[in-house]
Design a protein around this ligand. Structure first.
Ligand code: PGA
Length: 262
């Protein structure tokens, strides 16, 4: 089964109008016809801060898709400050990133598994694609609970979705201890978790879903370590934070050439 390589950039709460313009221009100028993408071989998604999502959509190189970094659990209404998924859909947004550890473990009002699962269910119901982030804290890894934690996060979503809905999902495994720390998981550490996640999906959802599912790795991915990670059989791409704010993010996208599943 060939899975199309998937590279997401997560800008988090960074950027200004000027910086976004400059970054998008630099990406366009390094590419042919304003696009670097062999869209048959790699899919690229940029998760912009909510305020800049539509502007970013218009500025990105051809073939890049845009994402929001959050959406609400249900339909809009009297929910001050929230962003219902149907508004994103209305504006032509392609993806939403849900379950990011910075939201699961936020300083204020963290999201538990149930909330994340409801958000995923609703976003898919309005036709958005979801980049579902999961991953363990350092103390959970040290207590040998990595798979227990990741599977619990997957299971709460599985309990709410029909089998077909998994077509709209990319799973991002992001060990929390590797996010923004410069401490990247080794290719073997990441491969081991991805392999076990795929095994769990085979058993609990179905061989077809598991074979097709892009499981991407996130946590301190940079141009200097992406190629080695990309070569692992079950690493189908990346979710990139800090390094997606730089012109050489393009080099990470280019690792689709060394990556790709057998
Ligand atoms: P990082 O962030 O690449 O800066 O570690 C990854 C993420 O949070 O998605």
């Amino acid at each position: 089964m060939v899975r199309k390589f998937f590279v997401g950039g997560n800008w988090k709460a960074n950027g200004t109008t000027e910086k976004i313009k400059t970054l998008c221009e630099s990406w366009k100028s390094t590419t042919k016809d304003g696009s670097t993408l062999d869209t048959g071989s790699v899919e690229v998604m940029i998760a912009a801060p909510m305020l800049y999502v539509t502007m970013t959509k218009d500025l990105l190189p051809k073939g890049f898709q845009v994402a929001a970094q959050n959406s609400w659990t249900g339909k809009g209404g009297a929910f001050t400050g929230e962003t219902p998924a149907e508004m994103l859909k209305d504006l032509g947004v392609d993806w939403v990133v849900l379950g990011h550890s910075e939201r699961r473990h936020a300083e204020f009002g963290s999201e538990d598994e149930e909330v994340v699962a409801r958000k995923v269910e609703y976003a898919i119901s309005v036709g958005l694609n979801v980049c579902l982030c999961i991953g363990e804290l350092l103390e959970e890894r040290e207590a040998d609970k990595t798979m227990e934690v990741c599977i619990k996060q997957m299971k709460s979503v599985k309990d709410k979705l029909s089998k077909d809905s998994w077509d709209k999902i990319v799973v991002a495994y992001e060990p929390v201890w590797a996010i923004g720390t410069g401490k990247v998981a080794t290719p073997d550490q990441a491969q081991e978790v991805h392999d076990q996640l795929r095994g769990w999906m085979k058993k609990e959802i179905g061989d077809d879903v598991a074979d097709k599912m892009r499981i991407i790795y996130g946590g301190s991915v940079k141009p200097s370590n992406a190629e080695e990670l990309s070569k692992k059989a079950d690493i189908d791409g990346f979710l990139v934070g800090g390094a997606s704010l730089k012109p050489d993010f393009i080099d990470i996208i280019e690792t689709y050439k060394t990556g790709g599943s057998a």
